[in-house]
Design a protein around this ligand. Sequence first.
Ligand code: NAD
Ligand code: WQD
Length: 339
Amino acid sequence: MKILVTGGTGYIGSHTVVELQQQGFEVVIVDNLSNSQASVVDAIEKISGVRPLLEVFDLVDKEKTADFFHQHNDIKGVIHFAAFKAVGESVAKPLLYYRNNLVSLMNILESMGENKVENLVFSSSCTVYGQPDELPVSEKAPIKKAESPYGNTKQISEEVIQDTLKSLPLKAIALRYFNPIGAHESALIGELPLGVPNNLVPFITQTAIGIRQQLNVFGDDYNTPDGTAVRDYIHVVDLAQAHVVAVKRMIENRMKHNFEIFNLGTGNGFSVLEVIKSFEKVSGEKLNYKIVGRRAGDVEQVWADPSWSNEELGWKAKKSLDEMNASAWKWEKAYRGKE
Ligand code: NAD
Ligand code: WQD
């Protein structure tokens, strides 16, 4: 059974391709390599023993997207990861983000309709909740006005999908990810941030390996137990596995509605200082960090209520924070040739 994975050479996409292949799915990847490398396919093949087909083009190109779907007329479902994801960059270049994230989605939906491909899994984000009024945050929580153009593309995308479902025989599952971190246990695939990382864990591992001098901890005056901000970190392999579960749910016609939303988190919140402590423990490295002022746009604390995903999908995140940090560190060392 053939699944199209857009953005399949990227961080979450590559881990999901491996899990799909290990469950017997045939995978074709579309990626324009704007934030990933073609060699990721070699790494995927090393892990799974199967080389996925990679088609390199920009999904913003409507004709190329349509041609691709005509050529691959046996696609059963689509997992749509391809998007730009840097919050700060989206503030500086909003039109780049709206065009890339929304036009690609519209092209895919149009081609799915024309080719009678009926199953879509969409990468959404906990960013749609902003700072929730109640914690843990469930799927029923209201959507808050987006803090960034990036966040807005995720809110609008969910709406575009819901509206399109009313006009086409299409089913969709939006998965709202909390904070994915870590890497595959093989250390052959992981997160490859270009330039200076924005996210906490890549910044920690790059500091520990000596590429960055110091980690800045953004704020210790939040209303949290140790004053630093709290997030729900989830291992990328746990996250990837949820996509396989979602695809099977759709294909086996087990959805309750033609549009479903699931939180993908562990249900546990950890502070920045707790993440650092865990990293120091599992790596044996002392991290050079300093408390600085808050980062604009950050929420104080957010963690998931994953009970709906746990019950309905029969999926549960299994890996601990220590395992997440250990795998991220193993990947960083392997990538830099230090192991
Ligand atoms: P990533 O940048 O590693 O992967 C995205 C991939 O999509 C890249 O390989 C990039 O080259 C490709 N791409 C981007 N625009 C494209 C286009 N127009 N045509 C073809 N390919 C294109 O990012 P990721 O962390 O793997 O994120 C995957 C998805 O999950 C994104 O939609 C992102 O917004 C969402 N998400 C990520 C996080 C996170 O913290 N990583 C959290 C919540 C949601
Ligand atoms: C985590 C915590 C920082 C870096 C972002 C996006 C969100 C989603 C996930 C896509 C925060 C602190 C960070 C550093 C620090 N992505 N931090 N020093 O901000 O929760 O979410 O990625 O949908 O939309 O906004 O993740 O990893 O950047 O930060 O102290 O150098 O670490 O302040 O409290 P965030 P993050």
